[in-house]
Ligand binder design. Structure first.
Ligand SMILES: Nc1nc2c(ncn2[C@@H]2O[C@H](COP(=O)(O)OP(=O)(O)OP(=O)(O)O)[C@@H](O)[C@H]2O)c(=O)[nH]1
Length: 932
């Protein structure tokens, strides 16, 4: 009592949520009620004035009163008759609660005493008192398990909330207050066991208590008896939560009717149910009443209900034996076998494991975890992440939140199939088998590359294929000592590097051919540098040893300058002396290739979908688009759908280098295929996909992306953006190719540049040579993300075109110091600003006035933009620029003008240009600085 008094006093400063909590209701429910009562309320923090509290309590009272009145009417006939039979049963505490219901009028009176705030105090009837006395322990039991308040059902309960399981709002308390708990017991006692059935099936929670309250006499027995078992079960099917509590209030009969039908929410509305103690007889109708009184299914109050239920459950556990037994018996004809129904707990449906594919929104994560989004948001808050329901959270946050719930996370990031060439497939070691090495032959012009390739091809035809028609398919295979070697038969480092520039690393081993009668020539050096830039092992084939002037040692000696030291001299480079023409020592060369291959242990997994590289492709008149490809991983089969670069297709036919049709081709096999829809490019990646539709979609997306990237910014490193790359940590070495007029300059430059080391970034000369900048230099620069420095040399015409195409930064200099300075400045991000030309206007020359000493004055009309005195100008005649220089004077009539705008006439003279003519167009432009 005093507690409640106190609490009532303290309500002066009550906030909505506190009040709601005290009633075991949600703030939302209270707010709804307040709003319904037209009381000002904003949110759960709003203060509840006394008047508001009173009104809310009045509201509860009204509801209860209404419900009680209604029930009273309905139940007037049914109530008492059944009671006596079970009168002797002692019911556990919970039953007392049940008793409350049954006895509405009487029991409630008992409680009223305990419940301060609430009115309906009627005196317990004699009968009730007796009942209570008979089962003193029942209430204790209840108390034992219940929250303290609850324990004291009946008159002992101190507070209303206590009655209802501690959580009930005062109002409810009142209701229950009306129910003499003892009376409940009595009633239960009175209940014919048959009545118990309904209860038995009911959810364990409040049901227990309330059912206990049911005066069996109320005709439940009758009802129970008459009820089909199914009804009884109906109670059982009720959701355990709120239903429990409320049902508890219901008389068993009601429980059956209403319980079966009721939804969770209804069950939850404690207020009405509180009123329903005595109405047991009303059975079914009560269920509806309750529903009616309850404004709506209060899903929001689940928590509260759960509390109640818990209380109820406990009660039930204690009291159940009697009640449950009874009820069960009712339903199933069993007596006193009630307690089997276990207390229901809130089902935890948190998954053990979730699968995450990339980031998720909070809402999506909550759904995966079977949690409320608000709960997840709260968790994130505790983890220091502020997020709204629709906000994406990263993998770390997902892992943390899942970890909080003890949920395992499996991360499955979808493979980016569009860029399949960038996807590395890691095969299990045991899935890998040896594959033939792929060899490229490089060297200077006329040193015998082609002769060597042909000689090898002819001497080493595999037995079974002898006699086949040799086909040029860009590569061929030979067999030596039962082992195969694949040769790419496009000699020269240009092709090699072009492939590399496209991202295709096809070659395993390079053979640098040097004519023993000639020596190391510029292209030999290029070839060495290209091979080194690709990080591919080098075998030096010293060719033409049949020639009398051949000097292999001289070659070996020269090669040491390029860090290719023969093994016999303590180095690690294999030198093989051969004669391609005389077919001398070709086998020795092949054996050495096998040796290097063995050392490097080239392997691939043949048992997967094929990946390959296009070596050549063309449009064949008869066959349509044809691609020569080198299978690198997996096995390609007839009928496979594939993507090659931006093209797609299905393998229609496969032919090897001997013209033999194949059904499948494994790693390192060069083949020619038909079945493409378009012609791909050399170096294009090739991969098999599950079906043609997918292949087509990927090819189309790649084509779009390719076009976009072509239009996009230059991705090659340039001196202008070098500093940004350095700052971003993208560059550790600045790759440089030097071409100079004489070897001395090239060496001097190389030495000076090699010394530069700024902020840990160094200059790496990947190639230096003498002569014009060639296409090959540009391709190497492109493949190696290098810049090219031309010292006293210019690019040749072919190289010019490639520079534009490959967007390679080429710098021309005449003074070594300037080269060093420019590179240092670039590395420090201190290059002079870049300027860009901006055209500001055009003037059409309408008359030309020749004035002695002044020259030609162009009487002009500004046709667009403006002309300013400070601008530069060019004169365009018939689309050709005939002059570019500065504006000398700009006049409006006779006055000097700073600028003249569109639509006005003016007189213009140009610096050192008097050949102006009528009809010329003067284009004015300024140079603006561009932000780096
Ligand atoms: N004596 C002799 N002559 C050879 C040998 N190898 C190649 N030759 C000759 O050298 C010349 C050039 O040979 P190629 O095989 O065309 O040389 P390459 O390196 O392919 O030349 P390009 O295709 O122009 O780059 C030909 O006349 C060959 O006959 C050799 O071992 N001994």
């Amino acid at each position: 009592m005093s507690n409640t008094q106190d609490s009532k006093d303290s309500k002066d400063k009550l906030r909505v949520y506190e009040y709601a909590k005290s009633l075991n209701m949600s703030s939302k429910e209270i707010i709804t009620i307040l709003k319904r009562l037209n009381l000002p309320v904003n949110n759960h923090m709003s203060v509840m004035e006394n008047t508001m509290v009173n009104k809310v309590e009045g509201f509860f009272r009204d509801i209860k009163a209404n419900a009680a009145a209604k029930r009273a009417q309905e139940s007037s006939g049914a109530a008492v008759s059944a009671a006596p039979a079970s009168a002797n049963r002692q019911q556990p505490a919970s039953s007392t609660q049940g008793g409350q219901q049954a006895t509405t009028n009487t029991t409630s009176q008992d409680r009223q005493g305990t419940m301060n705030s609430i009115n309906t105090k009627t005196q317990p009837s004699e009968q009730q008192r007796e009942q209570r006395e008979q089962r003193p322990q029942q209430s204790n039991q209840g108390g034992g398990t219940r929250p303290s308040g609850q324990g004291q059902q009946g008159s002992n309960r101190p507070s209303s909330s206590g009655q209802q399981g501690g959580t009930r709002p005062a109002g409810q308390g009142q209701q229950s207050g009306n129910r003499p708990s003892g009376g409940g017991g009595g009633y239960q006692g009175n209940r014919p066991s048959g009545q118990g059935q309904g209860g038995g099936t009911r959810p364990s929670g409040g049901g227990g208590g309330y059912q206990g309250n049911r005066p069996s006499g109320q005709g439940q027995g009758g009802q129970g008896g008459s009820r089909p078992a199914g009804q009884g079960q109906g109670g059982g099917t009720r959701p355990s939560g709120g239903g429990g509590g409320y049902q508890g209030n219901r008389p068993a009969g009601q429980g059956q009717g209403g319980g079966g039908n009721r939804s969770f929410g209804q069950g939850g509305s404690s207020a009405p149910s509180g009123n329903r103690p005595a109405q047991a007889p009303q059975g079914q109708s009560r269920g509806f009443d309750a529903g009616a009184n309850r404004s709506q299914p209060r899903s929001g109050s689940d928590a509260g209900r759960n509390n109640r239920n818990n209380g109820g459950q406990k009660r039930f556990e204690d009291g159940r034996p009697g009640y449950g037994g009874n009820r069960n018996n009712r339903g199933k004809g069993r007596n006193n076998k009630g307690p089997q129904q276990p207390p229901r707990e809130k089902i935890d449906n948190t998954p053990k494991k979730i699968i995450v594919r990339g980031t998720l929104t909070v809402g999506e994560l909550a759904k995966l975890l079977h949690k409320d989004a608000s709960e997840v948001i709260k968790k994130l808050l505790f983890l220091g992440v502020m997020a709204t329901i629709n906000q994406e959270i990263d993998m770390d946050a997902i892992l943390l939140v899942a970890g909080e719930y003890g949920v395992e996370v499996e991360v499955k990031i979808p493979v980016e199939e569009d860029d399949f060439e960038t996807v590395e497939e890691n095969d299990e070691e045991e899935a890998l088998t040896g594959r033939p090495p792929v060899v490229t032959i490089m060297g200077h012009v006329d040193h015998g590359k082609t002769t060597l390739l042909d000689a090898i091809r002819q001497t080493n035809v595999t037995g079974g294929e002898a006699g086949g028609i040799t086909q040029h398919i860009g590569a061929y295979q030979v067999e030596i000592n039962g082992k195969k070697i694949t040769f790419l038969d496009t000699p020269g480092h240009e092709a090699f590097t072009l492939m590399r520039a496209r991202g295709a690393q096809v070659t395993d081993i390079t053979i640098i051919v040097v004519a023993a009668d000639d020596g190391i020539m510029p292209q030999t050096v290029e070839a060495i540098n290209h091979a080194k830039a690709a990080g591919v092992p080098i075998i030096v084939a010293v060719n033409k040893i049949d020639k009398p002037e051949a000097n292999a040692d001289k070659i070996k000696q020269e090669m040491t300058e390029y860090e290719l030291v023969p093994e016999e001299w303590g180095g690690d480079t294999i030198f093989v002396e051969v004669s391609a023409k005389q077919r001398i020592n070709l086998e020795g060369l092949l054996e050495m290739i096998l040796l290097v291959a063995e050392m490097n242990d080239y392997k691939a997994n043949p048992n997967k979908r094929a990946r390959a590289t296009v070596i050549e492709a063309e449009l064949d008149k008869g066959k349509g688009p044809v691609a020569r490809i080198l299978v690198q991983h997996g096995t390609l089969k007839i009928g496979d759908a594939f993507v090659a670069g931006n093209c797609f297709g299905r393998v229609r036919a496969m032919v090897n280098d001997r013209g033999r049709r194949l059904k499948e081709a494994g790693p390192s096999t060069p083949i020619e295929i038909t079945g493409l829809t378009e012609v791909p490019q050399a170096g294009d990646p090739f991969m098999v996909f599950e079906d043609e539709r997918k292949a087509r979609a990927i090819a189309e997306r790649r084509a779009i992306k390719h076009r976009q990237s072509e239009m996009g910014a230059n991705t090659r490193v340039t001196l202008d953006d070098l500093y940004t790359h350095i700052k971003d940590g993208e560059i550790k070495d600045l790759n440089v190719i030097i071409k100079a007029d004489v070897q001395g300059s090239a060496e001097a430059l190389k030495g000076s540049l090699a010394k530069i080391d700024i902020e840990g970034v160094r200059v790496k000369i990947i190639h230096n040579g003498v002569g014009a900048i060639t296409e090959s230099d540009i391709i190497l620069a492109s493949a190696s993300n290098a810049i090219v420095i031309g010292f006293n040399v210019r690019p040749d015409p072919q190289a010019e075109a490639t520079i534009d195409q490959e967007k390679v930064d080429v710098r021309m200099h005449r003074v070594i110091y300037n080269v060093i300075d420019e590179i240092e400045q670039a590395m420090k991000g201190m290059l002079d600003p870049i300027y860009k030309e901006v055209v500001i206007g055009h003037a059409e020359v309408r008359n030309v006035f020749k004035v002695t000493k002044v020259g030609a004055i162009a009487g002009s009309m500004i046709v667009d933009g403006k002309i300013t005195r400070a601008a530069e100008a060019r004169v365009i005649r018939d689309g050709i620029v005939v002059y570019t220089g500065k504006i000398d004077t700009l006049k409006r009539f006779k006055d000097d003008a700073k600028e003249v705008a569109q639509g006005y006439e003016c007189g213009i003279t140009l610096e050192r240009f008097s050949d102006i003519k009528e009809g010329d167009m003067i284009e004015a432009f300024v140079m603006e600085t561009v932000e780096r």
